[in-house]
Design a binder for this molecule. Structure first.
Ligand code: FES
Length: 149
């Protein structure tokens, strides 16, 4: 659980820390950027979007810069748009996402998944791996990753 429903606007992200690997302390935590679905972007306002901070180039932690409305990677100049799509630099695919669901009045975060350049969900990939089209067959995901939602 990352917070109450009314905590998340649709026009910007709220940063939340979640545990993705139990039992290893701080190393098992990551930051996730969460917002409500935006009708302007054609999304369902009853659903929530959770963007991973792991850069799709080599895995550095990206940061959402609200003034620009972009995600910026400090390592090699990767820039992602508001929906996590690549708009500059070396990343090979959009930022990964986490599954979300609403339980009562609370937003919950689930497993990570990757998306194609059209933001279609696919099985989670490692940094540097392409998604979509022929890449799904040339470089299939590790079997241990969760299936796409
Ligand atoms: Fe983000 Fe290289 S790790 S641009």
């Amino acid at each position: 659980a990352v917070g109450a429903l009314d905590e998340f606007p649709s026009d910007t992200y709220k940063a939340k820390v979640i545990t993705i690997v139990e039992g290893i302390g701080e190393a098992g935590k990551t930051t996730v950027y969460v917002r409500r679905g935006s009708e302007t972007l054609g999304e369902d306002p009853e659903e929530y979007v959770a963007i991973s901070t792991r850069c799709a180039h080599l895995g550095c932690p990206v940061r959402f810069v609200a003034a620009a409305g972009n995600f910026i990677c400090p390592c090699h100049g990767g820039v992602y748009g508001f929906e996590g799509e690549v708009i500059g630099g070396p990343p090979v695919r959009p930022l990964d996402r986490f599954q979300t669901r609403v339980t009562g009045d609370v937003v919950e975060i689930g497993p990570r998944f990757s998306v194609t350049s059209q933001l279609e969900p696919v099985r989670a990939r490692d940094p540097g791996e392409f998604t979509g089209g022929i890449w799904e067959y040339l470089y299939p995901p590790r079997p241990s990753t969760a299936p796409a939602p």
